[in-house]
Design a protein around this ligand. Structure first.
Ligand SMILES: Cc1cc2nc3c(=O)[nH]c(=O)nc-3n(C[C@H](O)[C@H](O)[C@H](O)COP(=O)(O)O)c2cc1C
Length: 329
């Protein structure tokens, strides 16, 4: 067994009983989705979508972090670039009740990255060092600070090992690596050899991320890379089961079956209910559309269902469309 897998999976004072982590995803990993996922998995660390540090600290109508009980082990993530603000934001997240506080070093969206936030920080390591020192100084004795990074800004600036070593020297307790550069966005495939380079360069746990679509691939990548854990993003869209399925496969070598179509449909319905309950009809119904599309992808008649769902404006109409959708016997 690779050395990382012989050790318990520890992030500072936290010991995790699963090596699988749900990735933070804007517009996906909100409270309704996290609540739903917890019905299938109570062990894995799950990340909420990122928060703006400036929004938490400075906006007039400050972002509220309202985390219900029952979601832990939970990770909260911030993006931003001003060290003092980042330290203050970390304190706000620590008070909200979280098991880790993560710094986003991966977001490639131009308006964020060009502002030296997200992956933009990979181009300014002195500033990154000051931010991490501020965050660890603010909360490090209560909550572990972690980072989630890409391999670098672009092919010419692949500085993943330098970023990881800097983070470790600042007191960061876990490093997640998405195996792409910022300029790749989501093109090509994740470079798991580069992820392995990070795993062998630092002594804190490294978590590999990128293109893990099923338990077999996840298990292979975990073993070959020397990582302590794997993080799942797009593979968990409309598919909360992937997290416990990978966990079970890693622990037992047995492959849990994929959920049956009627189960997928029932969970899609429940996800919509939770989302509308949390956000109200006007915001919730449009947000349900992409989730229904993900849950039903590949099912017979799913294109027609998607089309019908996209026309709905009310919860009543949305649930009527879902009820009318008949799976072939
Ligand atoms: C819709 C979407 C939203 C995302 N939002 C975030 C985010 O808030 N914070 C972050 O660090 N990464 C974010 N990511 C990146 C993912 O966490 C992950 O690193 C990336 O999708 C690669 O993993 P995957 O191949 O398993 O999807 C997002 C990705 C997607 C597709």
């Amino acid at each position: 067994m690779p050395p990382a897998l012989e050790q318990p999976f520890r992030i500072g004072p936290l010991t995790l009983d699963s090596r699988v982590i749900l990735a933070p995803m804007c517009g996906v990993c909100d409270v309704p989705y996290l609540k739903l996922l917890r019905r299938f998995d109570q062990r894995s660390l799950i990340f909420h979508e990122m928060f703006s540090a400036v929004g938490l600290v400075h906006w007039k109508s400050r972002l509220k972090v309202d985390i219900p009980p029952g979601l832990r082990p939970l990770g909260l993530q911030i993006f931003g670039h001003e060290p003092e603000t980042m330290g203050q934001a970390a304190r706000i997240l620590a008070a909200a009740g979280t098991d880790v506080i993560d710094l986003n070093l991966g977001c490639p969206v131009p308006k964020i990255a060009k502002n030296c936030d997200g992956s933009g920080l990979l181009r300014d390591l002195p500033l990154l060092g000051r931010i991490l020192t501020a965050m660890v100084g603010a909360v490090g004795d209560q909550v572990p600070v972690t980072i989630k990074m890409r391999l670098g800004w672009d092919e010419e600036m692949r500085n993943h090992v330098a970023v990881a070593r800097l983070a470790e020297s600042c007191g960061v307790q876990m490093i997640t690596v998405h195996g792409r550069t910022r300029s790749q966005m989501y093109s090509g495939s994740a470079d798991w050899e580069a992820i392995a380079e990070v795993a062998s360069a630092v002594s804190v746990p490294v978590v590999g991320n990128g293109d893990l679509w099923d338990p077999l691939i996840a298990a292979e990548r975990l073993k070959a890379s020397g990582c302590a854990g794997v993080m799942i993003g797009r593979g968990a869209q409309g598919n909360p089961w992937i997290i416990p399925r990978i966990d079970t496969y890693l622990k037992t070598g047995e492959m849990p079956p994929e959920p049956a179509p009627d189960v997928r449909l029932g969970v899609a319905r429940e996800h919509c209910r939770l989302l509308i309950e949390e956000k109200g009809e006007a915001q919730g119904v449009p947000e349900c559309r992409k989730h229904v599309a993900w849950y039903t992808k590949g099912l017979p008649g799913s294109a027609e269902l998607r089309h019908a769902v996209n026309q709905t404006r009310t919860a009543e109409a949305l649930f009527a469309v879902l009820d009318d959708y008949a799976l072939p016997a």
